[in-house]
Design a protein around this ligand. Structure first.
Ligand code: AHM
Ligand code: MG
Length: 342
């Protein structure tokens, strides 16, 4: 008799999350459901991103968000898709989104009694939407603190150390979903032929040091002397490699972060005179990527303190951001501290 070989190499996202439910000490099945809902919304957004240019989804929506940034049609579309996916899933009590002034509280019974809230940047890198450059989604999951009834603001204003899961989706030459629950980082690539996220980057670790620095150097003259000094360090040869680093800056945080995570590097969005808090938002940009980078062996800092230890004061709070390979972030911190002590 011929023995059939039914083995296969593919591990799907769903299979992987179920297999690792033991890593997630809370209600079994809820996180599986939540990640599944996020994955479905990511596929819907991928579909729209892939046909952008062919259909009428590029360009301005004609509104601005609370931060005064004009909203693109895809920003608004992605926001609706992710929020709808989480509302229908029934395991999320509310969502804080870059695109909404206030938190969206789900009041129906299933949601109100659920244990999680999500902070999300539904489509990061908006300025790149219209020009066919990689964009992304960033998300962060917290357990609710509010005991009874609908979630409240305090559920969202928790330090990053309280995150129970975080991840991002990159809509690049392929679509990838990368996430952590605090037990390492795993990456899944969407196989478009079967419409399934498949494990492609198991147990991701970021190099301790790299040769890439990512910063908007157009702001150089507005950076403080110590930041300028660090940039000069990156451009010089007095480092472990004896040659200047490469500057790579896409202007899509997810894409810059993802490249540096894999190759080794540092991404910076420091404060400027005009923006003493920098540009990036703590809750749905900095904290989730900080959780991921730390789980991958890297570091995320304001230059002076660990990002994940900041106690948020408001929803759309901004912080200066240095994230990436541990030795590179430490070097930036060293120069910043040094200048402070002068
Ligand atoms: P967004 O959420 O409105 O897209 O803004 C965040 C983006 C990041 O993706 C990117 O790293 C940064 O803003 C780029 O800003 P700048 O154009 O000032 O360099
Ligand atoms: Mg953003």
């Amino acid at each position: 008799m011929v023995q059939e070989d039914f083995s296969r190499d593919i591990v799907t996202l769903t299979e992987f999350v179920i297999r690792n439910q033991k890593d997630f000490p809370y209600a079994k099945g809820d996180l599986t459901r939540l990640l599944g809902d996020i994955a479905v919304a990511a596929k819907i957004v991928t579909r729209e991103v892939r046909k952008a240019g062919l259909v009428n989804i590029l360009g301005e929506f004609g509104t601005t968000n609370i931060q005064g940034e004009s909203q693109k049609k895809l920003d608004v579309y992605a926001n609706e898709q992710f929020i709808a996916a989480m509302k229908h899933g029934g395991v999320v009590a509310g969502v804080a989104s870059e695109e909404n002034d206030n938190v969206v509280v789900f009041e129906d019974r299933d949601c109100a009694e659920s244990n999680y809230v999500v902070c999300i940047d539904p489509l990061d890198g908006s300025s790149n939407i219209d020009v066919n450059v990689s964009i992304g989604t960033i998300f962060s999951v917290y357990r609710t603190i509010t005991q009874k009834g609908p979630c409240t603001m305090q559920d969202f204003l928790q330090p990053g150390t309280e995150q129970v899961a975080a991840g991002y989706i990159i809509y690049g030459s392929s679509t990838m979903l990368v996430y952590t629950t605090g037990h390492g980082v795993n990456g899944f690539t969407l196989d478009p032929s079967i419409g399934v996220f498949c494990l492609s980057h198991p147990d991701l670790k970021t190099p301790e040091k790299g040769q890439i620095y990512s910063v908007n150097e157009g702001n150089f003259n507005y950076f403080s002397k110590d930041i300028q000094e660090y940039i000069h360090y990156c451009q010089g040869t007095a480092n472990d490699f004896g040659k200047s680093y490469s500057c790579r800056y896409i202007g899509s945080l997810v894409a810059d972060f993802h490249r540096n995570l894999i190759k080794g590097g540092i991404y910076m969005y420091p404060s400027t005179e005009a923006d003493p808090k920098g540009k990036l938002r703590l809750l749905y940009e900095c904290n989730p990527l900080a959780f991921i980078v730390e789980q991958a062996g890297g570091k995320a800092s304001t230059g002076f303190e660990r990002i994940m230890e900041i106690k948020p004061e408001k929803l759309h709070q901004r912080v200066p951001y240095f994230v990436g390979s541990i030795r590179m972030v430490e070097k930036a911190e060293e120069l910043l501290r040094h200048s402070l002590s002068k």
